[in-house]
Design a protein around this ligand. Structure first.
Ligand code: NAD
Length: 250
C-alpha cells in the first residue's frame, strides 16, 4: 500500500497534510475515539464554551488540568518529524491539524506551514479584549495562588485558545486552512477519524476539487470510500517510510 501512496503523491509539490489525534497517540496522548479515548472517561457535554464563561469553578478546574497536565512532557514522534521533513523538502502547501497539543510546533514545523484549527493548549488569550499574555506569565500567577487568573489589561476572562464545544473556530486559522485546501494538489490524512466538523470539510474540499486523498489511520474513518489509497496502520511507522520515499532519502 505504501507503494501505491508513493505513486499517487510523487511529483506533487502542494500536498496538504491533515492530522488528528491519532498522530499523537505514540507520543502518549490519548485520542478521542480509540480504546483509551478521552470520551471513554469524560463527557463531551461538560466541555462547553458557555459553561467556561458562566462557571468560575469550571475555569479553576480547567486551569488546574492545564498546568498539571500529564501531557506537558510529551514529545513529537517520528510521524510529526516526518511531516516537518516533507515541508522542508518542498512537497507541502501546509499542514492543518485538529490537535491542540503543540507537537507540530515542537517538531520544528514552520509557523507559516501550520494551521492549528482547534487552537492550542499552549497559547492563552482574553475572550474580551483579545490580549495574548505569555503562557509562562499566567502559569506563574496560577502557581502563586491565582486559581482563575483574569486579564491584566481589561479584567476579562482568560482562556487557552483550545476551541471548546459551542465555540466558533478561530477566524484567521479557518481562512488559512481553506486557502491551503484551495491550492492543494493532494491531501494526506494522518490519524483522524474524519468525523469532526467543520474540520473534516478541509480534506474533503481537496477531494471535491478532483485531487487524490491518501489516508493513514489505524481503523476506519468516516470517509474511507473517498480515499485513493487507504493505509490501515500506525502513523509512526508508515509516515516516515512514505516521506523517505517521496523525498528520495531512503
Ligand atoms: P479521533 O480520536 O476521532 O480519531 C483518531 C483516529 O486515529 C482513530 O481512528 C484512531 O484509531 C487513529 N489512531 C490512533 N492512534 C493511531 C496511530 N498511532 N496511527 C494511526 N492512527 C491512529 O481524532 P480526530 O479525528 O483528531 O478528531 C477528534 C478531535 O480530537 C479533534 O477535534 C481534536 O481537537 C481532538 N483531540 C486532540 C488531541 C490532541 O491534541 N492530541 C487529543 C484528543 C482529541
Amino acid at each position: 500500500m505504501i507503494e501505491r501512496a508513493v505513486e499517487v503523491l510523487s511529483g506533487r509539490k502542494r500536498i496538504l497534510v491533515f492530522t488528528g489525534a491519532g498522530i499523537s497517540t505514540e507520543s502518549g496522548i490519548p485520542d478521542f475515539r480509540g480504546p483509551q479515548g478521552i470520551w471513554k472517561r469524560f463527557d463531551p457535554a461538560d466541555y462547553t464554551y458557555d459553561r467556561y464563561i458562566a462557571d468560575p469553578g469550571f475555569r479553576r478546574e480547567s486551569w488546574g488540568k492545564r498546568f498539571r497536565s500529564p501531557y506537558l512532557d510529551a514529545f513529537p514522534n517520528d510521524a510529526h518529524h516526518a511531516v516537518t521533513r516533507l515541508w522542508e523538502s518542498g512537497h507541502l502547501i501546509g499542514c492543518v491539524t485538529q490537535n491542540v497539543d503543540g507537537l507540530h510546533v515542537a517538531s520544528g514545523l514552520a509557523p507559516e506551514a501550520l494551521v492549528e484549527l482547534h487552537g492550542t493548549a499552549n497559547r492563552i488569550h482574553c475572550i474580551s479584549c483579545g490580549d495574548e499574555p505569555e503562557f509562562g506569565e499566567i502559569e506563574q500567577r496560577w502557581e502563586s495562588g491565582e486559581e482563575d487568573p483574569a486579564c491584566h489589561r481589561c479584567n476579562g476572562i482568560l482562556k487557552t485558545t483550545i476551541v471548546y464545544f459551542g465555540e466558533d473556530l478561530p477566524m484567521d486559522a479557518t481562512r488559512r486552512a481553506w486557502d491551503m485546501a484551495e491550492q492543494a494538489d493532494a491531501v494526506l490524512v494522518i490519524g483522524s477519524s474524519l468525523s469532526v466538523y467543520p474540520a473534516a470539510f478541509v480534506p474533503l474540499d481537496v477531494v471535491d476539487r478532483g485531487h487524490p486523498m491518501v489516508i493513514i489511520n489505524r481503523g476506519k474513518t468516516d470517509h474511507d470510500f473517498r480515499a485513493a489509497v487507504l493505509i490501515d496502520g500506525t502513523a509512526g511507522e508508515i509516515v516516515p517510510t512514505l516521506v523517505d520515499r517521496l523525498t528520495g532519502s531512503e
